[in-house]
Design a binder for this molecule. Structure first.
Ligand SMILES: [Zn+2]
Ligand SMILES: [Zn+2]
Length: 303
């Protein structure tokens, strides 16, 4: 059996005609037979793709043959089951939605995983800032990390006010693969945070080099898996919303009027049929009698 991989990548680049790029890229991806999601905008490309070793090699080759993407970095993971069921290439205003215009030329300096590890080892004084959403932070984070308690990356700019007292501190920002920190760190510097650095290629790159060190828990990922292990042991720092047993399994409540994203252990998932409470289970049963819910879409998670 052939190995299956999932890769994550982004690159800010000036795309003159993203619409055309979307069309051609989708055609290429479909012909190659890979699955995943690629966002394309005037500002660049951001995606996650799954396929066999061979397909992934072809994909990388193709993207790198475009001189705008020659030096793109791919974060790579071997997996058992493909975490996407479709191939989507979409045009977006931004490759990661922030809402505020930022000058990426002013972004925070990159800091390599080795350097961050060293800063921890030497007990240096610095703030480690999680630039991700609250549900991502909840199941895994760097030791002592602070976060802004946001539901969505576009809330980052307004939430930043909460840490204005840290403007003169040395701050290292991090996110899953690095793309959010490009904008977050640029924005922070524009707002007067003087000493901001960003972890190069994010948690995934750090986890590859230094598992079982200063990362606690797992890493949330935006595909069917929802979580990816960073450490070798089953490191679970969060608990079931219903019974408080250790768990990091996310799901949406099956009561469509609720749709709450919550952590539930397998027992409680079985007991409440994937609902977040007895009340929602009652509601869900009514919905099942009324109509076929199989066809209804779920709100999908985005950064
Ligand atoms: Zn439970
Ligand atoms: Zn519910």
């Amino acid at each position: 059996m052939e190995n299956i991989k999932v890769i994550l990548f982004y690159k800010f680049a000036d795309l003159k005609n993203p619409g055309e790029f979307v069309k051609e890229h989708l055609k290429f991806c479909k012909e190659l037979g890979i699955l995943g999601r690629v966002l394309v905008s005037h500002e660049g490309i951001n995606g996650s793709i799954t396929g066999t070793d061979w397909q992934i090699d072809r994909y990388k080759e193709n993207l790198r043959s475009d001189k705008r993407f020659t030096d793109i970095t791919f974060k790579e993971e071997e997996i058992i089951e493909k975490p996407f069921t479709k191939m989507k290439v979409k045009f977006r205003k931004e490759i990661v939605t922030f809402g505020e215009k930022v000058d990426l030329a002013r972004k925070g300096d990159y800091i390599a995983p080795e350097k961050l590890k060293e800063m921890y080892d030497n007990k240096e004084e610095f703030i480690i800032l999680d630039a991700r959403n609250d549900y991502e932070y909840k199941i895994g984070r760097f030791k002592n990390a602070i976060h802004l308690d946001i539901k969505n990356f576009r809330d980052f700019p307004s939430a930043l006010k909460r840490i204005e007292n840290l403007k003169d501190k040395k701050i290292v920002t991090y996110c899953t693969g690095g793309v959010r920190c490009e904008k977050a760190s640029s924005y922070m510097k524009e707002r007067g945070f003087r000493n901001v650095m960003q972890l190069k290629d994010g948690i995934l790159a750090f986890g590859k080099k230094f598992p079982d060190t200063v990362w606690e828990g797992k890493c949330f990922v935006f595909d069917k898996r929802l979580v990816q292990s960073i450490n070798s042991n089953e490191d679970t720092i969060s608990e079931c919303f219903i019974c408080s047993a250790p768990s990091d399994l996310y799901r949406n409540c099956r009561n469509l009027d609720c749709d709450r994203l919550f952590i539930s252990c397998l027992n409680c998932q079985k007991e409440l049929n994937g609902c977040c409470s007895k009340e929602c289970l009652t509601e869900f049963r009514k919905q099942c009698m009324g109509k076929s819910i199989a066809k209804q879409g779920r709100r999908s998670l985005t950064m």
